[in-house]
Design a protein around this ligand. Structure first.
Ligand SMILES: O=C(O)CCC(=O)C(=O)O
Ligand SMILES: [Fe+2]
Length: 190
């Protein structure tokens, strides 16, 4: 018998009911101060293929640079507290990502900044268009998992999901509608 390796994530479709998910998507799309950031890879600077906004308790250091955090809104603070109760973890920040359409994406990465600790629990809420969330092992073993993340769903990444795995949301030519994703995290305060 061969052991099946699967990433230590939990997927809960319908974590938010449709009405609540619809309202939250509208609210966040319209009121979030979305920012365009640039990324530099091998000397070339390009706009990130999505818009982002950091919300959190304080500005914090992330990969060596200080991120300015927006204050918690009642909607996001309420969701943070529910997620803390439901996942048994604590969260002091949330990264909001806006994928404007299928051409927007996030490349392979792990959320493995030292400030998150070695085995962070990250709670990820998806709203809007269904997009594939793809995971692969870092050790080159050809294990790939793809989960289509539905409107109102929750993914919890825990244990070695950052130290042993990478994840991405690839471009999808057929998707035209936007998607908002919220990843709640705990940054060790300085
Ligand atoms: O959009 C997603 O589902 C994933 C976002 C993500 O991986 C991140 O913000 O670090
Ligand atoms: Fe991530």
């Amino acid at each position: 018998m061969t052991a099946t390796i699967t990433a230590p994530i939990d997927y809960m479709p319908g974590y938010l009911g449709t009405d609540e998910a619809d309202r939250l998507l509208d609210h966040l799309t319209q009121t979030t101060p979305w920012q365009t950031k640039t990324i530099t890879i091998m000397g070339r600077t390009n706009p990130m293929p999505r818009l982002i906004c950091w919300v959190g308790d304080a500005n914090y250091v992330f990969s060596g640079s200080t991120q300015e955090a927006q204050p918690w809104t009642p909607e996001l603070a309420d969701l943070r507290d529910r997620l803390a109760a439901d996942t048994g973890a604590r969260y002091n920040s949330v990264l909001l990502n806006l994928y404007r359409g299928g051409q927007d994406s996030i490349a392979w990465h792990s959320d493995d900044e030292p400030e998150l600790g070695p085995t962070p629990t990250i709670a990820s809420i998806s709203l809007g268009s269904v997009r594939d969330f793809v995971l692969r092992r870092k050790d080159g073993k050809t294990v790939k998992q793809s989960v289509p993340l539905e409107h109102g769903s929750l993914v919890v990444m825990r244990d070695d999901s950052q130290s042993a795995w990478q994840h991405s949301v690839p471009k999808r030519a057929r998707v035209s509608e936007p998607r908002v994703n919220l990843t709640f995290r705990w940054f060790e305060p300085r």
